[in-house]
Design a binder for this molecule. Structure first.
Ligand code: 3HC
Length: 689
C-alpha cells in the first residue's frame, strides 16, 4: 500500500489498482481529497500491474459532494474538472465503488468513471438544489445522458437520494455487490471488465436518451407546470431544468459551459447563500454547549402518550414508525377507539406505507384507559389540551406511577414547564417536547429545557428526535417558546394592519409573495375562526366575534375572512370588508391606504425584534436556531434564510430605524430590543454573536 497523501492510499489488488479515500466525516471533495484522487489516478495509470482501477472510500460513505465549507474561499489544490478529465480519459477502466451516499460532486466523480458498482444499501443523488445550486461538475450533462431526461429532472429538482436497486434499474449503477463486500466485489467486477474486453464507457458520449428527447420541448414545459407549486420562489429548480435542456440541445462541451455559467450565477446569489446557511444551521442546532456529545443517555424502548387526539396520535406514529412500542392513554373508550382508527387511516392513506408495514406499525400500538399502564414506559408525553391545572394534575399522577428514570414530557405549545414540573418530585425528568401539527409530518421539534431538566434528559431527547426524523432545536421556557412567541408578534401586526385599513387578502398576498405557503388570514380560515371562541360569551366586540356570530367560521362553513366557492377557492369578501370598515370608523379612525412595503416591514421586523429579545433572554442558544425553528415549523422560505438571517441581510441598522419609527408612532410594543440596538451600533450581525 502506498500513501498518496494524508487522505488517500493506493494499493494493487490482483490486477486492479485500488484508490482509497479516507476523509471523515463524509469524504467531501476538499482540496486534499481532490489532490489525493489526482495522485491516485496517476499512480494507478503508471502501475504496469494495474489493468483496471477502483475508487472506493473508507468510513460511512462514498464522496458526499463538494466540500461546502470551501465555497466562496480561494481555490486550492487540484481542480475538480482536471481530476474528472483524468478519470474519464484514463486508458484503463475506472470503476466507482459506492457505499453510503454518492452525492453531488461525489456522484459527478462516479459519472466520470467508466462503470459504477454499489452495495444494496447505497444511495445516489444530486442534492445541490437543496443548497440553492445545480450540479456544477458535469452532473447536469452526464446524468440525463445515462438515465434519461425525465428521471434526471426528477432527481435534480428533488435532490432525492435514490436507492441502489433503483439506480441499477435506471442504468446509473452497473452492478450491485454483496453488502459488506464492496472492495472485493468492485475489484472482481473491474477484473471481469478487463477479461471481457469491455470498452471504456464514457457517459459524455452516450446520445440515445438525448436523441429521444430532442425536438420535444413539451417535456420541459409539462415538468415545469406539474411542479410549479413546489418550485415557487426558488431559482435553483429552474436553473437545473435549463441545464438539462442544454444537455438535450447542445453538444456536450457547450452544455458544460452553460452549466458552469448557471452554477456561477446561483452560487453568487442570495438564495444559495441562505440555503447553504440553513444546511449548517440545522446541523449546528444539534450542538448544545453544556451538553456534550458524550453525555449519557437513557434507553427509550417504550413510549407512553396521554391524549389520543390529532396531536397525540400524530406523535405516536413517529415512534411506531421506527419500531418503538407506544401506549396511548385516553379517558373514554370512544375517544381511544377514534384516535386509534385515525392512526390506522393515516397509514392506509399514506402513499409510502405498504399494507404489511401498516400492520407491523399498528402492532406496536396499545390503547389504555388507565394512566397506570404507563408505569414501565421510558418516556411519557402528555398531549392533552392547554390547561395548566389539568397538566399539573397529570404530572402529579405520573410522578407516582412512572418508574424511576423515566422522562416526563409535555407537548405544551407555550405553558410554563417549570410550573408543570413543580407538580412532581422529579423536575429533572421533566422536559417540553413541542411537536408541530400534523406531528407525523412536520419536521420541527422544539425541545424545551426547564430550570431543572437534567442533561441526560436533554441529550436523550435530542438523540431520540433524530431517530424519529425530526429536526430538534433546544429552547428555553417563555410564553410561546421560540416559534409561537415570534408568531405572536407577526399575528399582532396582521390584526393591527387590518384595523388600520389593509385588507386580510392584502396582508396574505404580501406574505405569500414573500414566500410563506399561506398568509395568517387564509390560515385562520383553514384552521377555523372558532378555535377558542365560545358562542355564549361572544358579544360582537372583536372582528372574529362578529364573523363567528354570522357563522363565517372559515372554510368549513364556506365563509370566514374570505368567501369560498364550492371548490373552496377563496375570494376577497365584501362582507368582511364592510365589517372591517365599520369597526375602524366606530373606533374613531379612518381607514388608510397601506403599501405592500409597509405591510411587509410591519409583519417581519417585529419578528426579528422578538427574536433579538429571545436571544437576549437566552431562550435560544444562537440566532441560527431561531431560523431553523421558523423554516421547519412555520414555513419561512428557506431561500430567505430565516428571520434572523433575513434581518442580518436587510441590515440591522435599517431594522432598528424602522422599529424606532414604529415605536414613535404606535408605542412601547415596538420598543427595539437592547440587543438589536447594540449590534446595530457596533456594526455587527446576529450571526456574529
Ligand atoms: N461539505 C462539507 N461538510 C459536510 C458536507 C459537505 N458536502 N456534507 C456533510 N458535511 C458535514 C456536516 O456539516 C456535518 O458536520 P458536523 O458533524 O460538524 O456537524 C458532518 O459532515 C456530518 O453530516 P450529517 O450530520 O449531515 O451526517 P448524516 O450522516 O446525517 O448525513 C449526508 C450524511 C447524507 C452526506 C449529509 O451530510 C448530506 O446530505 N450532506 C450534503 C450532501 C450535499 O449536499 N452534497 C452536494 C454538495 S454541493 C456539490 O457537490 C457541488 C458540486 O455539484 C460541484
Amino acid at each position: 500500500m502506498t500513501a498518496i497523501n494524508q487522505v488517500t492510499d493506493y494499493a494493487l489488488v490482483g490486477d486492479v489498482g485500488v484508490i482509497t479515500l479516507n476523509s471523515p466525516p463524509v469524504n467531501a471533495l476538499s482540496a486534499p481529497v481532490r489532490d489525493g484522487l489526482a495522485g491516485g489516478v496517476a499512480a494507478a495509470l503508471a502501475d504496469p500491474g494495474a489493468k483496471a482501477v477502483v475508487i472506493i472510500c473508507e468510513g460511512r460513505t462514498f464522496i458526499a459532494g463538494a466540500d461546502i465549507t470551501e465555497f466562496g474561499g480561494p481555490q486550492k489544490g487540484a481542480s475538480l474538472f482536471d481530476v474528472q478529465e483524468a478519470i474519464e480519459g484514463a486508458s484503463k477502466p475506472v470503476v466507482a465503488a459506492i457505499h453510503g451516499t454518492a452525492l453531488g460532486g461525489g456522484l459527478e466523480v462516479a459519472l466520470c468513471c467508466h462503470y459504477r458498482v454499489a452495495v444494496p444499501s447505497a444511495r445516489c443523488g444530486l442534492p445541490e438544489v437543496n443548497l440553492g445550486l445545480l450540479p456544477g461538475a458535469g452532473g447536469t450533462q452526464r446524468l440525463p445522458r445515462i438515465v434519461g431526461v425525465e428521471k434526471a429532472l426528477d432527481m435534480m429538482t428533488s435532490g432525492q437520494h435514490v436507492p441502489a436497486k433503483e439506480c441499477l434499474a435506471m442504468g446509473l449503477v452497473d452492478e450491485i455487490v454483496d453488502e459488506g463486500k464492496l472492495r472485493e466485489g468492485a475489484a472482481a467486477f473491474a477484473s471481469r471488465i478487463v477479461a471481457e474486453g469491455r470498452p471504456l464507457r464514457k457517459v459524455r458520449d452516450l446520445d440515445e436518451k438525448m436523441a429521444a428527447a430532442r425536438g420535444r420541448p413539451e417535456i420541459f414545459e409539462n415538468f415545469r407546470k406539474a411542479n410549479a407549486r413546489r418550485f415557487r420562489g426558488f431559482l435553483a429548480p429552474e436553473y437545473n431544468i435549463r441545464c438539462v435542456e442544454a444537455a438535450v440541445n447542445q453538444p456536450f462541451e457547450e452544455g458544460l459551459k452553460t452549466e458552469r455559467k448557471m452554477f456561477g450565477e446561483l452560487i453568487a446569489g442570495s438564495q444559495s447563500a441562505a440555503q447553504r446557511y440553513a444546511f449548517f444551521a440545522e446541523r449546528q442546532a444539534a450542538k448544545i454547549p453544556d451538553v456534550p456529545d458524550d453525555t449519557p443517555t437513557i434507553a427509550v424502548n417504550k413510549v407512553g402518550i396521554i391524549g389520543g387526539g390529532t396531536m397525540g396520535g400524530g406523535i405516536a406514529m413517529n415512534f411506531m414508525n421506527v419500531g418503538i412500542p407506544v401506549t396511548i392513554v385516553e379517558v373514554k373508550q370512544d375517544a381511544l377507539d377514534r384516535g386509534i382508527a385515525t392512526i390506522r387511516r393515516n397509514y392506509e392513506r399514506s402513499r409510502t406505507a405498504k399494507p404489511e408495514e401498516t400492520e407491523a406499525r399498528m402492532s406496536r400500538l396499545t390503547g389504555s384507559l388507565d394512566l397506570a399502564s404507563l408505569a414501565d414506559c421510558d418516556l411519557v408525553i402528555e398531549a392533552v389540551f392547554e390547561r395548566m391545572d389539568v397538566k399539573k394534575d397529570i404530572f402529579a399522577r405520573l410522578d407516582a406511577i412512572c418508574k424511576p428514570g423515566a422522562i416526563l414530557a409535555t407537548n405544551t405549545s407555550g405553558l410554563n414547564i417549570d410550573e408543570i414540573a413543580s407538580a412532581t418530585k422529579r423536575p429533572e425528568a421533566v422536559i417540553g417536547l413541542h411537536f408541530f401539527s400534523p406531528a407525523n409530518v412536520m419536521k420541527l421539534l422544539e425541545v424545551v429545557r426547564a430550570d431543572h431538566t437534567s442533561k441526560e434528559v436533554i441529550a436523550t431527547s435530542m438523540k431520540l428526535a433524530r431517530k424519529i426524523g425530526k429536526i430538534a432545536v433546544l429552547v428555553g421556557v417563555c410564553p410561546g417558546f421560540v416559534g409561537n412567541r415570534i408568531l405572536g408578534a407577526r399575528q399582532r401586526e396582521a390584526n393591527k394592519l387590518i384595523m388600520e385599513g389593509a385588507m386580510p387578502w392584502d396582508v396574505d398576498r404580501v406574505l405569500y409573495d414573500f414566500g410563506f405557503p399561506m398568509g395568517p388570514f387564509a390560515m385562520s380560515d383553514l384552521a377555523g375562526l372558532d378555535i377558542g371562541w365560545v358562542k355564549e360569551r361572544s358579544k360582537g366586540e372583536t372582528i372574529r366575534d362578529v364573523l363567528c356570530e354570522m357563522d363565517r367560521r372559515g372554510q368549513k362553513t364556506g365563509a370566514g375572512w374570505y368567501d369560498y366557492d364550492e371548490n373552496r377557492v377563496a375570494k376577497p369578501s365584501p362582507v368582511t370588508e364592510k365589517i372591517l370598515h365599520d369597526f375602524i370608523v366606530k373606533s374613531g379612525a379612518n381607514p388608510r391606504k397601506i403599501s405592500d412595503e409597509e405591510i411587509l416591514e410591519r409583519c417581519i421586523y417585529p419578528m426579528i425584534n422578538e427574536g433579538a429579545k429571545i436571544l437576549e433572554e437566552k431562550k435560544a442558544i444562537r440566532a441560527s436556531d431561531i431560523d431553523v425553528v421558523w423554516e421547519n415549523g412555520y414555513g419561512w422560505p428557506v431561500y430567505r434564510g430565516g428571520p434572523m438571517w433575513y434581518g442580518d441581510h436587510v441590515g440591522l441598522p435599517k431594522v432598528l430605524e424602522k422599529m424606532k419609527a414604529f415605536e414613535a408612532q404606535m408605542g412601547e410594543t415596538y420598543k427595539p430590543a437592547a440587543l438589536l440596538e447594540k449590534l446595530a451600533a457596533e456594526g455587527k450581525r446576529f450571526a456574529d454573536l
